[in-house]
Write a protein that binds this ligand. Structure first.
Ligand code: DX5
Ligand code: ZN
Length: 225
């Protein structure tokens, strides 16, 4: 895999032209589709559910990276597998039995991720880091696209990188929220592997070029992973 992994967030797509936007991502240098599922309980917004994800999956030529912002995500693991999730992330704050939930995601043959809110400290991941494939670090409060990036994320990202290296985990660091040409380079220098971008990609004049410019950030920084 060529780093950074770029995962445009479908949340910012034009839902009336979803097929067109999925094709745009297929034909770009993007690596994954980032798919945000919101239940109106864990976060103050509702996005979309299974039928939409299934429609994306039918057209998508790249893996679906599904970010669940829902309570009790363990109830729906099989359903997300069925609609085509390859990477499934659950929120640390939404899981009482996180270890069990991660095990269940892997048993379904998916990669397992843990998403953390901006207030959740890195050290809480110490006893799960070796069991997971990805940490989705929120750099905004989850619920909406187009929000302002929280600056503390850089330090937090570096701390997570140190934890991963110290534990011998192969876990990837994904940054979600407010990624653009200013925050991207600093995030990569702090150890990020995956950049999610919604508004920055879809509100740009030419999303394919914007995606290519994010991908190119990898050749300008020295990310050891
Ligand atoms: C926010 C979502 C993000 C969002 C990112 O709750 O998890 O994936 O789509 O959007 P931007 O890049 O616009 O901040
Ligand atoms: Zn997300």
């Amino acid at each position: 895999m060529n780093f950074p992994i770029i995962a445009p967030s479908v949340l910012s797509a034009d839902f009336a032209n979803l097929g067109r936007d999925v094709e745009m991502i297929n034909n770009s240098e993007a690596d994954w589709f980032h798919v945000d599922v919101m239940d109106g309980v864990f976060v103050p917004n509702i996005s979309f559910g299974f039928p939409i994800i299934k429609s994306i999956q039918k057209l998508a030529k790249k893996p679906l990276d599904v970010h669940l912002m829902i309570v009790q995500p363990e109830r729906y693991i099989k359903d997300f597998k069925e609609v085509g999730a390859e990477i499934l992330s659950v929120h640390y704050e939404a899981c009482t039995h996180l270890h069990r939930t991660i095990g269940a995601i892997k048993e379904e043959g998916m990669k397992a991720g843990v998403a953390i809110n901006p207030h959740t400290p890195i050290h809480l991941l110490k006893d799960i880091i070796k069991d997971i494939d990805l940490v989705c670090m929120m750099s905004v409060n989850p619920g909406f696209g187009g929000q302002k990036f929280i600056e503390q994320t850089y330090t937090k990202c570096a701390d997570l990188k140190a934890l991963i290296l110290a534990s011998g985990s192969n876990c990837l660091i994904e940054i979600d929220g407010g990624v653009n040409e200013h925050t991207g380079p600093k995030l990569l220098a702090s150890g990020a592997d995956v950049l999610v971008a919604g508004n920055y990609v879809f509100a740009s004049k030419d999303p394919v070029i914007t995606i290519a410019s994010l991908k190119k950030l990898g050749s300008d920084t020295s990310n050891p992973s």
